[in-house]
Design a protein around this ligand. Sequence first.
Ligand code: GDP
Ligand code: MG
Length: 292
Amino acid sequence: MRRCRRDPAPGTRLGRTASAPEREPPQARASGPASLRRIFASVTRESVYLSLIVPVRNGADRLPRHLEALRQFLCTQSRPTELILVDDHSEPTAAALLAGFRAAAEGVTVLRNDPHRGKGFSVARGMQAARGAYRVFTDVDLAYPLDEVAKIVQQLEAGCDVAVACRVLPDSRYLMSPSYFHYLYTRHLMSRLFNRVVRLTLLPRILDTQAGLKGFTARAGALIFPRLTVAGFGFDVEALYIARKHGLRVVQTPVHYRYDDEPSTVRFAGDAVEMLQDLVRIRWNDWRGRYR
Ligand SMILES: Nc1nc2c(ncn2[C@@H]2O[C@H](COP(=O)(O)OP(=O)(O)O)[C@@H](O)[C@H]2O)c(=O)[nH]1
Ligand SMILES: [Mg+2]
């Protein structure tokens, strides 16, 4: 697969309800019965090894730097890789940067939500458009350097179904600017408190549900993401809960994580309350049999 030509990306199938302005794959326009066209499409389409899904919301000032790093990541992979950016109805400058990035390399797909739907919805949408044997999502601010993606893929290759970055394992490392010590320490305490509640109520032994770097085999992704109902920041807990419910093997892996100059979009009080409500919702959904 040539990935770094400056051609538009090949079309992919749609995620959920929001708009998706990609091109139709040529096979879809060919004449003949639908079943024959589908067989032809699956034979001719090259298999994808890794899908990297990145949800994006605004951040036009830093976006060019991060998009270039993502392009380089895509171009230096030795196995066929696709990059799926999900633009969560960003403001016009960021949206234009993302739309323009479609042509940056082969294997880039940009989906756009209309209206804004939240990180959980965006990741689920990207996961459902993905074609890779392994499907990893990460944060667009690259708080997890892209080298960390390989660690997640290695865990999946070794046989687990879901591999999650865990920022509190002894081998994990934070790289941070001293000016953020106070802010990060407060966040760390809140995150520990939230995690304790999660462990007691829904996910025993999962030490860090909220890290923005997680990987899934194609089978695990296909099982989890169509069942997801939480559209906001609490979706990670629901994804892991569904994984456990279906007996999937979840592995936690140490990670390098940086926090230097990127502002967070997470609101301390507002998002914390919403995420606690999500825990109740997940329990309720399970009781109603929604995750079967
Ligand atoms: N689709 C979508 N993604 C978001 C939204 N807010 C944040 N993200 C994604 O989630 C990542 C983490 O958010 P961030 O604000 O950096 O939170 P923090 O790293 O936990 O402080 C970002 O880098 C984006 O990739 C949103 O409203 N919609
Ligand atoms: Mg961040």
